[in-house]
Design a protein around this ligand. Structure first.
Ligand code: HEC
Length: 126
């Protein structure tokens, strides 16, 4: 009786933990982006722009990076919703983007990646 009471009390905590964003996993997922993108204080443009301070800024707003007009003029601001849609299917959201990436399928991958990226402020610090 007593042990089942404790279980009922504790079980929801594990459910919450399992759904909390996992930054380490997010960093692993970012390896798929890292051929083309950098984050952190020394981030520079590679094939794609640095992804520091992404959430809250407009598409195509990193100074000096040569974006396509499609990306620059999409009219979108990066937030949880636009990022999630885009990273599932980049060309579905910005049809003429030059980012050739098929997209991520797994919702947990996307959530953890987003949490990982959100750590980096515009200057690349955490
Ligand atoms: C093969 C190279 C490549 C890979 C892999 C790649 N990207 Fe990109 N990404 C680009 C390029 C190039 C652009 C610029 C797009 C344009 O100007 O049309 C871009 C643009 C973006 C933008 C828009 C940035 C802005 O400032 O508006 C985001 C967000 C983004 N990528 C996220 C990601 C994430 C997250 C991943 C990994 C899941 C990823 N990309 C994987 C090449 C890549």
């Amino acid at each position: 009786m007593r042990s089942s009471f404790v279980f009922v009390l504790i079980a929801p905590l594990f459910v919450v933990a399992a759904h909390a964003a996992d930054l380490e996993h997010g960093a692993q997922v970012f390896r798929k982006c890292a051929t083309c993108h950098m984050v952190g204080p020394d981030a520079k443009a590679k094939l794609g722009p640095p992804l520091n301070g992404l959430i809250g800024r407009k598409t195509g707003s990193i100074e000096g990076y040569n974006y396509t007009d499609a990306n620059k003029n999409s009219g979108l601001t990066w937030d949880d919703e636009t990022f999630t849609r885009y990273i599932k299917d980049p060309k579905g959201v910005i049809p003429d983007t030059k980012m050739s990436f098929a997209g991520l399928k797994d919702d947990d991958d996307i959530k953890d990646l987003l949490a990982f990226l959100k750590q980096f402020k515009a200057d690349g610090s955490k």
